[in-house]
Design a protein around this ligand. Sequence first.
Ligand code: SF4
Ligand code: SF4
Length: 468
Amino acid sequence: MAENKHHEIESLYNDSQHWHVNAGDETIHAKRMAGRFRNYKWYASTLYLLLFILPYFRWEGSQAILFDIPHRQFHFWALTIWPQDIWMLALVLILLAITLFAVTAIAGRIWCGYFCFQTIWVDWFTWIEDKIEGNPIQRRKLDSAPWAGKKIRLKLLKHSLWILISILTGVTFVAYFTDVYGLWYSYLTMDAPLTAWVVLGTLFLFTYVFAGFMREQVCFWLCPYARIQSVMVDKDTEMPTYDILRGEPRGKLRGKDSNERGDCIDCRLCVGVCPTGVDIREGMSEGCITCGMCIDACDSIMDKVDRPRGLIRYASRKEMDGKPLPPLFKRPRVVTYAIILLLSMLGIIYGLTHIPPVELSVVHERQPLFIQMRDGNIKNKYTIKAVNKTPTDLHMRISIETVQGISIATDKDKTAVLKSGKIIPFNVFLIARPEALKEKQTPVRFILESIESPTIRIEYESVFIRGR
Ligand code: SF4
Ligand code: SF4
């Protein structure tokens, strides 16, 4: 008997024809129910509300979080990331990607269910729809009703709120790239630059259409993550799963043979609450975003029919087959992800704690490499490019370390002012008696020290070229 059921599970898991795909021909009106996983979804979406207010935070008179593209700087409160530090961005991207892989390997599409922009925005939009148009039955009725007073009024209100959220989404996105107060002013006075209008229009359109109309179709047909998730999960991945051994044969609560039936009373509430219209009893499907709404729904039914909760629950294929779940440290995939995560995190921490206040490069003049002067001395020209990453101007003392006989040509070249946040190249000339130079190329170390803050000291290796 149990053997037969295991075969049944296998065929349900493997047979994709069991998944009925709604290809957009009908609007899914999912029922909203209170429950544990609904609460988790609210907590996660509250985090997104932060995105709307973060651009308004200030730090030392400027926007605290700002991607300042014209000046090629990224400000994050006291931290400023320069193009020279951009290697950290690669580590951040690796960190995010590996976190996604690791979370998917452990608990399926948690990202889709709780944190994805698309599903969060759809959840807000459908919450508004639910509040204005009523529950799914009322909404379907309203959809099929002729266009008249009440329908027009309700639809207008709903779409106005959707449009408002879509505009706010667009403005908020742009606000991360420019001063938010100036941005609002320029939009309200219709004086914003064309780029700001184009980005706002694009974001508005995508939000309104994707969250309001396309909804789960975006997950099904546009999102690449849904396509590749199958290679990230394995038999140990815990996902919302219907306990087929316990639930089948399903059937109504009362009636003939009801004692021989499984715990599933075939009420279809789990399907009714699913935002993607999936029937989880048909096995794992590409459409399941692992939001857990069906778990809440089924638990509420099990409470009512006095059966234990968990007919649908987070479980792995192995657990469902009666095998124990291995600990995370015994799963090679999870361990590999954890190591990469740790390394990228260490790299980012190192990078953030070692951002130099001044970045220096010294370029030796190539045309000509050297000049022989009338008095016989050899002169080399260098272009110094220094980025002052501190918030104040720095007065720098310039010196060199090299063999005796090479010196800075004039006193004027021994100091420089580095403007805060600017790269203003300047030239320095070195001079030497030819007889003091044993080699064609002599190593020279340039040293720049701040007069105000002696702890700011940077060095750069170059060479002095004698020629023949
Ligand atoms: S909610 Fe539970 S009892 Fe109802 S159909 Fe779904 S699995 Fe069966
Ligand atoms: S099947 Fe359950 S977990 Fe999957 S998307 Fe539907 S409600 Fe969410």
